[in-house]
Design a protein around this ligand. Structure first.
Ligand code: ZN
Length: 164
């Protein structure tokens, strides 16, 4: 990776860390609140989700949390990426983002080239989210980057159960 691209990636992450998008709370209910914790690093996130059950769309999302720059930037980027998306679209993004991180982890651990995971990435535009791949150089940091996404996944499951 060229240093210019690394600089750009660092800027994207710092921007989200310093000015997190969609920060705040939503009234529960109708929103759901899901909390996530990464004991390896001490990162905490809370994801408030409001799903429009008529259109199956993420009508609103708010985030809270504290922790390292990677975890908090990833949370902000996740919120910006899924707001307004359909639930299916959000789940597709979760799969793609986790595949992006897993491929990296597999390469680090010498477990093949991760081509089985590449299918999850096909046709999904990650945009700024790819910036996170550039800084995840140690497996322990991957947990920081995926915390928000695992919490979102749990939140979508809970929201799906509660909407009738
Ligand atoms: Zn962390």
């Amino acid at each position: 990776m060229s240093s210019n691209l690394e600089d750009l990636y660092r800027e994207v992450i710092l921007d989200h860390y310093r000015s997190p998008r969609n920060r705040g709370e939503l009234p529960v209910p109708p929103a759901t609140k899901t909390e996530g914790f990464n004991p390896l690093c001490g990162d905490e996130v809370a994801v408030y989700l409001e799903i429009d059950s008529a259109t199956d769309t993420v009508r609103d999302i708010k985030i809270e949390g504290q922790g390292c720059s990677i975890s908090q930037a990833s949370t902000s980027m996740m919120s910006a990426a899924v707001k307004g998306k359909t639930v299916d679209g959000a789940r597709q993004l979760i799969r793609a983002f986790k595949a992006l991180m897993s491929i990296h982890e597999h390469k680090l651990e010498g477990e093949g080239d991760g081509s089985d995971l590449a299918a999850d990435l096909e046709g999904v535009r990650l945009g700024d989210l790819e910036a996170l791949q550039g800084v995840v150089k140690f497996p322990v940091r991957i947990k920081c980057a995926t915390l928000a996404w695992n919490t979102l996944q749990q939140g979508l499951d809970e929201a799906g159960d509660s909407s009738i």
